[in-house]
Every structure is written in C-alpha cells, then in structure tokens.
Design a protein around this ligand. Structure first.
Ligand SMILES: *Cc1c(COP(=O)(O)O)cnc(C)c1O
Length: 409
C-alpha cells in the first residue's frame, strides 16, 4: 500500500458506510493513489496553489509580540492570506482536480460556518463545476454573509432542516445526495475525517502548509521548540504537523475549543478525556457523546472548532503522545485576537486565535533563543459581526439600526 494511504490509524479511522457508498469510495481511493503516483496532478496542484491561492504563504516573525511576552521568539504562518481567507482552499483545490480527473461534472459539499462552502464555491466557479452546498438552517442564520458569498460565486446553497439543523445534519444530507448521484458527482468533504480515503486525502492536500514551514525553518536556521495549531476536525493541524510527525522534535500542540467551560454542551474538547470512542459519520474516533451514545451538542465562539468529532489520525497521535492537546476558552481566544491585532497588525480568525492564545501562555517559559510557530489558519475578517458584538457592542447597536433603516427607505 502506498505511503499516502493508511485506512486505520491505530484504533481509529476505517470506512463504516452503507453498502451503496462503497463503490464511490473505492473509486476515489484508486484515483487518489493514481494522482499521487505521478507528476501531472502535483504540477497542476502547485500551479493553482501559486497563481490562484497565493502560495507560499509567509512565515512572519512576530517581533512586537515576542518582545511584549518576553520569552521564545514567536513566528506566525499566515495561512489566512490564502485566497478565500483560510487553509480550506488547499484541500478544495486538491479534491476538485481529482474530481476533474475522474470526469465528474458536479461537486457537493457540507458546510458548517460556511468557510469550507465559500472555498468550494470559489474553486467550482474557477474550474467550471456545477456546485451545491448543504448548510444547516441554524448555521445559515448565524453566518449569513457566507451564504451571500457562496451564491455570488454561483453555488446553489440548500438549507438543511433536519435534526439540529447544523453541520452534522448537513453532512448527512450531502451523503444522501451522493448515494444517488456519484456517477457524475464528487462529494468534497472539508476536514481530515470521515470514511477513508478522506482523512489521508485531506491531510495530503493540507501538508503543503507544513512543507513550506519546514523549508522556512531550514533556511532561517530556527531552533523550534513547538508548533501550535487549532483543532476542529483537524485539517489545518495535521497538514501543518505532517512533516514532523515521525521526528521527536519539535513539540506538536493541538488546541481545542474550551468554550465557556467543561460542562457538557459548553465546549468542543474531545481529547482532554471527555471524548468517547465511537463510530459516527463513517469513521471511528473520539466523539463527544451522551450516556446513550448520541452525539452531544458542542459550543465554541469559533464556528470552525464547534464539532463533536476529531480526525482519526489526530486521535491516534494524541493517544500515542506525539501530539499534545490543550484548550483555549472563548474569552482567551478573543484576548488573543485583540493582542495580535494591536501588536502585529494582523487579525486572527477566532479559530486560529485559540492557537495564538496558547502561544501567549507558553512563550514566557521558553528561552529566548528558541522559537514557537503558530499556524494562523485563517484571517478574522469573516468574524466581523461576532467580534463587533463581543468587543464593541454599544457602538454597533445604533450602527446596525441605521443600516436597517436605510434598507427600508
Ligand atoms: C474550518 C476552520 C478551522 C477548523 O478546521 P480544521 O479542519 O480543524 O482545520 C480552523 N480554522 C479556520 C480558519 C477554519 O476556517
């Protein structure tokens, strides 16, 4: 079996799906391995990464933050400068090129907050795919601007009205579509989870982040103590960590959403002992489940970290101890957004700010000749409405009222 394809990672992973989905997953696996074995696919991927995404993304020395915190040098991988504002586009380009290789004409995807959906809609516009995005009705209400962007790119967005009307219901709806459309449709899953071969495929396409960082570490001769990334499903972290997984150093630190606290429903941390082994949406991993084995509600101020399960490879690497997991609270993420905006002139996405918050806590205890690298998986423009409500509420209420009044004139 090729090195790209693992199927199981320790106890986790696998392909637990209805009979009908076996053949499209087999086909996908075959095509993925074929794409990875030659140079044509990689050349196309690299070309799009360069001229459409804007790769390589910079590794920035955060000089002012380093000075203010008084310890290790802090470096920030500015993945948020990628087109559409986050790392999601790396995986989307990879899977869309694969879909074209397979002769598919149509792309379907789920989206939670809408970041993955926006990247899918954009790349489909560029490559000429018909595009349908499933999004929970509740999420549409919470993330209205992203619906607007997806539609502007020409995607059809289907509101999902079943279950809790959020991400997991959108995944179910997309799988239902795929079961009857796979002859001409590719299902573009957005994180490093789901049935195999998705975890391998998504990691492979996201590993461009880690490879660029590895080159920068060498060319600048950095003495790196730790890499820090936020963990929702796990795609930005596994891509960032990938080149270092088989080495002993640096420390690899995954940051989950601590939300409002550790009560059920108040957070999305699966690795701190709260997650239980289960099989959900086609793969085995650690999930937040209730007594009866049902998926528990989760909470995070950052929609991208607000998910019940974690990618199987990360769960396994956590159990083995290669990746250390910790969490940051909503409040700490907000503080980190403010800190890096004020000191460095960059706005972290709320997801990525969880990693920034942990860097702020760690830096002072690490000596000044060492470096820590934070992956800023996305930029915070998308969080305008949430940040305004949390940080500048009183000024925004009159502004929003005036906006509505103008609409109604
Ligand atoms: C979606 C998203 C995440 C979480 O997803 P992963 O698969 O864990 O990377 C993190 N950061 C940003 C900016 C996102 O849009």
């Amino acid at each position: 079996m090729a090195e790209y394809y693992n199927d199981f990672f320790g106890d986790f992973g696998g392909r637990y799906v209805a009979e009908i989905l076996r053949s499209p997953l087999d086909e996908l696996e075959k095509e993925f391995l074929k794409a990875m074995s030659g140079s044509d696919f990689k050349n196309e991927f690299n070309l799009m990464a360069r001229e459409y995404t804007g790769r390589p993304t910079p590794l920035m020395f955060a000089k002012n933050a380093t000075k203010a915190l008084g310890g290790a040098e802090i470096y920030i991988k500015l993945e948020g400068l990628a087109n559409t504002g986050a790392h999601k586009i790396n995986n989307v380009i990879g899977q869309c090129l694969l879909a074209r290789q397979m002769g598919k004409k149509r792309i379907i995807a789920e989206t939670g907050a809408g970041q993955h959906g926006v990247a899918v809609a954009a790349v489909c516009a560029r490559l000429g795919f018909e595009c349908r995005i499933y999004m929970g009705e509740v999420d549409i209400r919470r993330q209205r601007p992203n619906l607007f962007w997806m539609e502007l790119y020409g995607a059809e967005v289907v509101p999902v009205k079943s279950g809790s009307k959020t991400l997991k219901d959108a995944v179910n709806e997309a799988l239902r579509d795929w079961a009857s459309s796979f002859s001409h449709t590719h299902y573009l899953l957005g994180s490093s989870l789901g049935p195999s071969p998705y975890p391998d495929m998504v990691r492979e396409f996201q590993s461009v982040i880690g490879k660029e960082v590895e080159d920068d570490i060498k060319s600048r001769n950095l003495n790196v103590e730790a890499l820090i990334a936020c963990v929702g499903g796990g795609s930005n972290s596994i891509g960032f960590f990938y080149p270092f997984l088989e080495k002993e150093k640096p420390r690899l630190i995954g940051v989950e959403a601590g939300g409002r606290g550790s009560a059920p429903g108040d957070h999305a941390s699966r690795m701190g002992g709260l997650g239980k082994e289960g099989i959900v949406q086609g793969y085995k991993s650690l999930f937040l489940l209730d007594e009866e084995g049902q998926v528990q509600p989760t909470h995070s101020i950052s929609a991208g970290l607000d998910y019940c399960g974690i990618g199987p490879q990360l769960a396994s690497l956590g159990q083995r101890g290669r990746i250390e997991f910790t969490k940051a609270l909503d409040r700490e993420a907000l503080d980190a957004v403010r800190f890096f905006a004020g000191h460095e002139g960059i706005i972290f996405a709320l997801e990525s700010a969880h990693a920034g918050a942990v860097a702020m806590k760690m830096a002072k205890d690490i000596s000044k000749d060492k470096a820590i690298i934070v992956n800023m998986s996305g930029r915070g423009d998308k969080d305008l409405f949430i940040l305004a409500r949390e940080l500048d509420r009183d000024n925004w209420i009159p502004f929003l009222k005036e906006e509505v009044a103008q609409y109604e004139e």
